[in-house]
Design a protein around this ligand. Structure first.
Ligand SMILES: C[S@@+](CC[C@H](N)C(=O)[O-])C[C@H]1O[C@@H](n2cnc3c(N)ncnc32)[C@H](O)[C@@H]1O
Length: 296
C-alpha cells in the first residue's frame, strides 16, 4: 500500500525545498511535488515521509537532497529559444557591450547562463557572440597582427560563458555537448555547418565553440554568485519561484552585473513592479533589462 503523505509532512517538505533552492510549489504544482516525493520515498525504501524529511536534513542525507532537487527541476530548453530576444541581444546589445568594453580597453566579455539546463542556451550564446564579435572586429579592427587561420575569437578579445545549474545530470549533458536531430530542429544549416560535427546520429559542438563555455554548479538561492558579468541570461527559471524569492534574485543579479550590464529573463517572466535596479529595453518584440544606478 502507498505511504500516506499528510498535510503537515507536505508543508515540511515544501518549506525545505523552498529554503534549499527557491522553488515554490503552489496548488497548481503541488501534485507534481507529491508525485516526485512518492518516487523518492520508494527509492529510499522508507516507511514515512517524516523519516524521509529527517533523512534530508541530516548530514548523511546531502546526496538524497541533491537528488530530490534534481527530480523537481523542469529542464525544458532548446537552441535559439525566444528568437526576438536573441535578435535584440545579437543586433544591438552585443554591439553596445563590445563598444563600451573596447573604450575601456577591457577585451574580456563575460556572459552567464544561469539555469542553463542541458546547454542549448549557452551554446546558442556562444554561436551568436562568435559571429557578432567577428562582424564587430571587421568594422572595428585593432592594429594587431592577424594570425592565420583566423581564430574563432579575434585577438585580443576573450569570451567567457559560464553555464550553471542546480542539476548535476543536466550539467553533465551540457558538458558532453552532443545533441539529437530532434534537439537540433531550431538550428539552421549554416550554424550546423560551422559549429557542429556529425558523430554517428548526433551533432557534437565543435571544440573551438565548446571552449568558450564553462559548466559549473551554482544554486541561485545562495548569496555567493559569480560576479562581473556583462550579461546574465536567466530564462524560464524565476517562473518557479514566488515573488519574494524573485525579488531577492533580481537584486542579486544586479550585484553580479558590471555597470550598465543586461539581464534577460524568459518570455513569460517580467521584472515589472519587482525592482528599481533595471530599466526595460524593448525592440522589435525582444525585451531585456539594463542595470541602472539606483539614486539614494
Ligand atoms: C526550464 S529550464 C530553462 C533552461 C534555459 N534557461 C532556457 O530558457 O531554455 C530551468 C532550469 O533552471 C534550473 N534551476 C531551477 N532552480 C534552480 C536554482 N535554484 N539554481 C540553479 N538552477 C536552477 C533547473 O535545473 C533547470 O535546468
Amino acid at each position: 500500500m502507498a505511504v500516506q503523505l499528510t498535510e503537515a509532512e507536505l508543508k515540511l517538505l515544501q518549506n525545505l525545498v523552498y529554503q534549499e533552492c527557491g522553488m515554490h510549489f503552489d496548488e497548481r504544482r503541488a501534485h507534481f511535488l507529491q508525485d516526485r516525493l512518492h518516487r523518492r520515498l520508494r527509492e529510499c525504501k522508507l516507511d514515512s515521509f517524516y523519516s524521509y524529511y529527517r533523512l534530508l536534513i541530516s548530514r548523511e542525507g546531502k546526496q538524497e537532497l541533491a537528488l530530490l532537487l534534481e527530480n523537481l527541476t523542469v529542464n525544458e530548453t532548446s537552441f535559439f529559444r525566444n528568437k526576438a530576444q536573441l535578435d535584440l541581444f545579437h543586433r544591438y546589445i552585443l554591439d553596445d557591450l563590445l563598444h563600451r568594453k573596447q573604450t575601456h580597453r577591457d577585451y574580456c566579455l563575460r556572459l552567464w547562463s544561469a539555469g542553463c539546463s542541458t546547454g542549448q542556451e549557452p551554446y546558442t550564446l556562444a554561436m551568436l557572440v562568435a559571429d557578432g564579435l567577428a562582424y564587430y572586429y571587421l568594422r572595428n579592427p585593432l592594429p594587431l597582427e592577424v594570425s592565420s587561420p583566423k581564430p574563432l575569437i579575434p585577438h585580443p578579445w576573450k569570451v567567457e560563458i559560464l553555464a550553471s545549474d542546480i542539476s548535476y545530470s543536466v550539467l553533465r549533458a551540457g558538458q558532453e555537448g552532443t545533441y539529437s536531430e530532434n534537439q537540433m530542429t531550431s538550428v539552421d544549416y549554416s550554424y550546423r555547418l560551422r559549429y557542429f560535427d556529425k558523430v554517428g546520429d548526433r551533432y557534437a559542438v565543435k571544440p573551438a565553440l565548446k571552449q568558450l563555455v564553462h559548466f559549473d554548479f551554482h544554486n541561485l538561492k545562495t548569496e555567493y554568485l559569480p560576479q562581473r558579468n556583462d550579461a546574465i541570461f536567466c530564462r524560464n527559471v524565476m517562473m518557479y519561484f514566488d515573488v519574494p524569492e524573485q525579488k531577492r534574485l533580481i537584486e542579486k543579479f544586479a550585484r553580479c552585473l558590471t555597470p550598465d550590464g543586461y539581464l534577460f529573463v524568459g518570455h513569460a517572466e517580467s521584472l515589472l513592479g519587482l525592482t528599481q535596479s533595471f530599466a526595460m529595453v524593448h525592440r522589435n518584440s525582444g525585451t531585456a533589462y539594463q542595470k541602472v544606478e539606483v539614486k539614494a
